[in-house]
Design a protein around this ligand. Sequence first.
Ligand SMILES: *Cc1c(COP(=O)(O)O)cnc(C)c1O
Length: 389
Amino acid sequence: MNSPIYLDYAATTPVDPAVALAMSECLTLDGSFGNAASRSHFYGWKAEELVEAARSQLANCIGADPREIVWTSGATESNNLALKGTIDARAERPLHIITSQIEHKSVLDACGYLGEHGVEVSYVAPSVNGDVSLAAIAAELRANTCLISLMHANNETGVINDIAALGEFCRDKGILLHVDAAQTLGKIALNVAELNIDLMSMSAHKLYGPKGIGALYVRRHPDVRLSAQIHGGGHERGMRSGTLPTHQIVGFGKAAEVAATNIDEEKARIFSLREQFWRGIYELDGVHLNGGKALCLPGIVNVGFDGIDGETLLMSLRGLAISTGSACASATMEPSYVLTAMGNSSEYAHNSLRFSFGRFTQAEDIDTAVESIRHAHAALSPKLVQART
Ligand SMILES: *Cc1c(COP(=O)(O)O)cnc(C)c1O
């Protein structure tokens, strides 16, 4: 059997060949394998030079100063550091955080933990279109609100939130803004200065870089105070200890550079794949685009199929690697909390699948996907099944 066509780029992406090459040069004796914290010899200096070059590559990609980048193990850790680190750095109690119901689990669970430790947390519902409005967030504001955490784009629906408006609001009110940008880094324009972001979580593996490396942007002017969550040798200006993984960091830097160089071209190409995909299936009976009325990332299409169970449909689409909701939610078989928060029934949420496209998706892959979906839809469509029985 041929390998299935990979249409799950929102879960993770394959590493770009240019990234893999750069990483492979940081591992062996004849490469830059040194410890960037070794200040006494050539190998340490070389590793440090590469780590700092990568820091600049990532900073350039988001309009930041390299000194505002803290390396982490991924967006999960970055989200934890941003949320817990902000609270731990403040003496006042009680403090209040505003976030949304459709955040990634790493934000929701970190907020849940803080909630158990005396922090007040408001979880704002999204609109039926899947975006979280400034008005809904502003309605939750309290005198002790110190942080607002909102994702740039949702990983299940691809719906993009208006961070610029929120950034202006937060600046006026003197509240910190944390943004989970795991899905948008290198995919759409993202400038921390223009958007007034104070803290921003990023991950390499959503961007054709390796897994296990991420970063947190931490604003310097005005200075964001953050307490470390991992203590040790005082790396990363004391914000995140641990020997820096040179190969991972070099890979992340290269991935950011490649993405930034081709961002407009790639966005246009993937958008046309999305159009091709949707054109192929939109007229099928009972097919709906989830979050379709909002501004969306080009690479994510979340589709509901009335009366067809998502798991059953998934079985009929064995030639495609896709997911029901997000990768994390599919492990538990729970209906997507993102789709239910948007006002959908849990039955409908179970009837929805996420298709996501990326750098290596070809027009022929979309043709194959469309054909398989049309075929499966015809076989499983409730009307036809009823007519036959
Ligand atoms: C993938 C993802 C994360 C988690 O990133 P990791 O680097 O895998 O820990 C967090 N938030 C969003 C929106 C994501 O898509």
